[in-house]
Design a protein around this ligand. Sequence first.
Ligand code: HEC
Length: 117
Amino acid sequence: MAAAVLGLLIAILFTVLATACSGRGSGGGDSSAPPDGARLFARNCAACHGAGGAGDGPRADRRLGSADLTDPALHERLSDADINRVIRRGKRRMNPVGGLNQGERSALIEFVRSLRQ
Ligand code: HEC
């Protein structure tokens, strides 16, 4: 008897959880959509690196600049793992960019690669 009640409770719990999850997926939230690298770049990187990645964003250091992400030499020098590390840990004058998960960083890396001239 107790086991039957417990089973029923578990079944209800799963139903509630499944409904909650599917509701979130279809409720306008884009948690199930793949991260959009271009949007993430505009939001997290363009202030310094510029909308096109040329290192000319409004927050780029006037004297020192920020890296030109269109430069083919930069792409030759850095592996995807290197770029991932730059975003996570920062590098020299660039501070780490937080609040991103690995999927978002991967989308960003793909977008950064697309900036290569
Ligand atoms: C606050 C300004 C700022 C923001 C925001 C910023 N960067 Fe940077 N970034 C820099 C500066 C400055 C450098 C040059 C670092 C140095 O060499 O001292 C740099 C360098 C880099 C480099 C080259 C590193 C190397 O080894 O030469 C990459 C790749 C890069 N940034 C990617 C990104 C990405 C992707 C984002 C967004 C997730 C981002 N940056 C956000 C300022 C910024």
